[in-house]
Ligand binder design. Structure first.
Ligand code: AHR
Length: 640
């Protein structure tokens, strides 16, 4: 291949081109990015009296535990408490433990901030809180006293002097058996936080946050996904129940099989997007709920005549986010929670995947929300969630497209945007990932071809598709890989971009592709001759220029099973001497060895990682490069 990169820029690349779609799925929020270490911390979304309500809690030395709502809870939003009955005859310490999100990371040098509420009718003894290994080794401990008849919040700090060997540690609360014999003690809303990303209170788990931040995402689409919609109208994601004191957030049953604490709420998301430097794309509830992903036919839709309260709710949400802190009720409320400055919000997505129910969307839902919001906020831009074939009134300007499919689909559609009409409408590829190798069942189970983790082949195919997005970023203004995170001990979806347990995490091949593309985005697309096309497959490419750094970037996906050499010419640039390349490929070249379907895993986290090289150019305007079989490469040339 002879590839000419011209100094002629075709169009600017939007800062929003690469990013993530976010919802709490696979414990990506609770137990994942949200740094809280105690699972089921406030008994939210559970039925008192059931065994399930005690999820993650276990008795120690014979205490009797149950979750109850018979005694007043610590707040109107958190009616459930942990009832701990101490038998009449007992000796030694007795109490209970929380097993965390399948373990707790205990690290020396970290300060852990803990709290809980407690009350007891006639017990006033000391309580001992600890972090300890499941084998019984105490790693940090504190004595707590002052329990009385009324709910009281106790706070404490742990500073473990040694790190635990592994994640098999628990948070424990015990009292002296003799002193407490025959007593009942109630506990409510526990919390235990390690240090967080940027030290934010109620913040993010550092390793996961740093990993996501290291890809410099340009967009953060939240809060779903199905998890926005709820299993019913009443269990939808309610913005106003995710703000304020944690004690005032009831949590919800949520869509993905486990309760959400909503500790990771609207403000936490908006602050996080700011920390990332990502443009928030806010999904608002648009009158539809669904049972869950596998039951797509069980939709419930708010009739047109009943929609107004939900529209008002969204208007209130938006006023809370962008309203003036002095003159609007929403803005005042936000300011009372510590944020005076309105958030910079521009993109509002009306619902999620309404292509499954286009009739009511086109019939009245889209129009009702867009008209009401647009009347109050003329500067917002709205994203529709039906496919482009659905005509909407008012006509959409931006539309969200989702695709979970095979490597074959992603490479075959790498040129789908080339012919997209330049008529003013733009696409957001709001969810995408290679999920399977099975063309006929792309969201099936593992035996049918579903990927457990992103593979090299999948990441290369995603990269091929992404070259098409970037080349056409005059009409593809943003994209969001989905879903993003997965707790290996409890998940509902594969593959995911980062996998972790309580202790460790692993970056997938797809993660590295997102990072390579995002970090080398450039400010303008450059034209190339030839233009990448079906004729040049399995090589896919896009070239860009960064006006700020004068770097030419060439992103290339070789989705084939052979190494391919290109003679690359730089037309019209100033003299250049040096180039660098970062490449993701298999260290073993044979497809027969199975390396093309290899993945990074917690056990083998660095099977496939990007490798960087720097090289001098023999001539200022040309060089040869070998693109290895099944690889993604970004070549950067300093052009001035
Ligand atoms: O990303 C997982 C799910 O896939 C999302 O919740 C939904 O929007 C899509 O169908």
């Amino acid at each position: 291949l002879i590839l000419n990169i011209s100094a002629t820029a075709t169009h600017p690349i939007p800062s929003t081109l690469y990013g993530y779609m976010w919802e709490d799925i696979s414990h990506s929020g609770d137990g994942g990015l949200y740094a809280e270490l105690l699972q089921n911390r406030a008994f939210q979304g559970v039925i008192p009296g059931t065994q399930n309500a005690l999820n993650a809690w276990q008795p120690f030395n014979g205490a009797r535990l149950s979750v109850t709502s018979k005694t007043a809870g610590i707040s109107a939003s958190l009616p459930n408490s942990l009832e701990v009955q101490i038998p009449k005859v007992v000796s030694g310490p007795i109490g209970f433990e929380n097993t965390g999100f399948w373990g707790i990371k205990v690290q020396s040098g970290w300060t852990y901030n803990g709290s809980f509420y407690a009350k007891a009718a006639s017990f006033s003894g000391t309580m001992t809180v600890s972090l300890k290994s499941t084998g019984g080794t105490i790693l940090a401990t504190k004595e707590i006293s002052g329990i009385s008849k009324k709910w009281k919040k106790f706070t404490f700090e742990f500073q473990p002097s040694a790190s635990a060997e592994n994640e098999q540690n628990v948070f424990s609360v015990v009292v002296d058996g003799k002193a407490a014999a025959g007593q009942t003690i109630f506990f409510g809303m526990f919390s235990l936080f390690p240090p967080t990303f940027r030290g934010r209170e109620n913040g993010m788990r550092i390793d996961l946050a740093e990993a996501l931040a290291a890809t410099q995402p340009g967009v953060w689409r939240f809060p779903g996904g199905n998890n926005l919609e709820g299993l019913s109208f009443d269990t939808r994601w309610k913005w106003n129940e995710t703000i304020g004191r944690l004690e005032d957030r009831p949590g919800r049953v949520a869509d993905w099989g486990y309760p959400n604490t909503d500790g990771l709420g609207l403000l936490e998301y908006l602050n996080w997007a700011e920390d990332l430097g990502a443009e928030p794309i806010l999904g608002v509830w648009d009158g539809i709920s669904t049972a869950n992903y596998s039951e797509l036919d069980t939709w419930t839709i708010v009739p047109e005549a009943d929609l107004q309260p939900y529209i008002d709710d969204v208007l209130n949400e938006l006023e809370f986010i962008v309203g003036d802190a002095k003159t609007t009720e929403g803005g005042k409320r936000r300011a009372s929670l510590g944020r005076t400055e309105p958030y910079a919000l521009k993109y509002i997505e009306i619902g999620n995947e309404d292509m499954f129910q286009p009739d009511s969307y086109a019939g009245y839902r889209w129009n009702a929300f867009v008209t009401a919001i647009g009347a109050k906020y003329p500067n917002f831009e709205f994203l529709a969630t039906t496919l482009p074939s659905t005509a909407l009134t008012p006509a959409y300007q931006r539309i969200d497209f989702h695709m979970y499919s095979t490597p074959t689909w992603f490479t075959a559609n790498a040129f789908m945007f080339d012919a997209y009409p330049r008529n003013g409408t733009q696409w957001f590829v709001g969810e995408y990932a290679v999920t399977s190798t099975n063309e006929t069942n792309t969201l099936g189970d593992l035996p049918s071809g579903r990927l457990a983790n992103p593979t090299l082949q999948g990441a290369v195919a995603e990269a091929a598709f992404m070259t098409g997005m970037e080349r056409n970023s005059d009409v593809v203004f943003a994209s969001a890989y989905a879903p993003s995170l997965q707790h290996i001990r409890s998940y509902q979806w594969t593959p995911d971009i980062i996998t972790y347990d309580a202790m460790n995490m692993v970056k997938s091949t797809s993660y590295y592709v997102q990072q390579m593309f995002s970090l080398n985005k450039g400010t303008h697309v450059l034209s190339t001759t030839p233009v990448a096309s079906n004729d040049t497959a399995p090589l896919f490419w896009v070239a860009s220029y960064n006006n700020d750094t004068d770097v030419v970037s060439l992103k290339v996906s070789n989705a084939g099973t052979q190494d391919l050499v290109a003679n690359i010419f730089l037309d019209g640039f100033s003299a250049t001497k040096f180039a660098s390349a970062v490449s993701l490929s298999s260290p073993v070249l044979s497809p027969i060895s199975g390396q093309f379907s290899a993945s990074n895993t917690l056990e083998e986290p660095e099977q496939i990682i990007p490798v960087s090289t720097a090289f001098a150019l023999p001539f200022s305007d040309r060089f040869n490069y070998t693109f290895r079989a099944m690889s993604v490469t970004v070549i950067s040339v300093q052009a001035a």
